[in-house]
Design a protein around this ligand. Structure first.
Ligand SMILES: CC(C)(COP(=O)(O)OP(=O)(O)OC[C@H]1O[C@@H](n2cnc3c(N)ncnc32)[C@H](O)[C@@H]1OP(=O)(O)O)[C@@H](O)C(=O)NCCC(=O)NCCS
Length: 175
């Protein structure tokens, strides 16, 4: 169950601390705020298209991961109005119908990059997906997305071209 994941504090390379915990329904508003703070380029890298706003159904699904099948972490920091979400990572069952493969996605707020947060998020997703019984994790990454490819490589993902689309790589690893 998502709620059973114990939240904990992690230190980034620059000494700043963030809390890593499972997503909850009440995060929806903060997720929207975090999305609105992202640059157009970051949104493009994450969604592979220019996205002006998060669609309601995806948001609803994102804050209600199905236990044992989907999981989402958020990284939060204290802010004037409670907390801000500065990073998020999730996996869902892969779109190809293979129930042993899950697909991850990760976003880190621009001001919080370069400190190892995405690496921590992806490592946590790998451990969690293994517990959920997945055997393979995959992700779809723009070929020019050097930081994401660096994170994936560090965590032993291999990348391969996607047929018919030179702009996108599939990264994958056994769990
Ligand atoms: C990709 C993303 C999640 C990385 O977040 P992050 O917290 O900065 O990542 P980390 O700090 O854990 O690691 C980034 C790595 O990329 C490396 N890197 C960054 N820019 C680089 C560049 N131009 N060339 C080579 N390496 C680069 C960093 O050195 C770091 O590796 P290191 O820890 O070995 O030094 C973040 O940039 C992001 O949210 N981008 C927009 C959304 C997106 O692209 N999501 C991925 C789609 S699934």
């Amino acid at each position: 169950m998502a709620s059973r994941y114990r939240s904990h504090l992690i230190s980034l390379r620059d000494g700043r601390e963030v809390t890593l915990r499972a997503i909850v329904e009440a995060d929806a508003t903060k997720i929207v705020q975090a999305f609105e703070r992202l640059s157009a380029e970051s949104r493009y890298y994450r969604f592979m298209r220019y996205k002006k706003q998060l669609d309601g159904r995806a948001l609803e699904r994102g804050v209600h991961p199905r236990p044992g099948r989907e999981f989402a972490f958020v990284a939060t920091v204290p802010a004037a109005e409670g907390t801000d979400i500065v990073g998020a990572g999730q996996y869902v069952r892969a779109g190809d119908g293979n129930e042993k493969t899950c697909e991850f996605s990760i976003t880190v707020a621009e001001d919080w990059r370069g400190g190892g947060l995405a690496t921590r998020l992806l490592a946590s997703l790998v451990r969690r997906a293994r517990r959920d019984g997945y055997e393979t994790m995959e992700g779809w990454v723009l070929a020019q997305n050097t930081p994401m490819l660096a994170v994936a490589r560090k965590l032993h993902f291999k990348s391969e071209p996607v047929s018919g689309d030179a702009a996108v790589l599939r990264v994958q690893r056994a769990l």
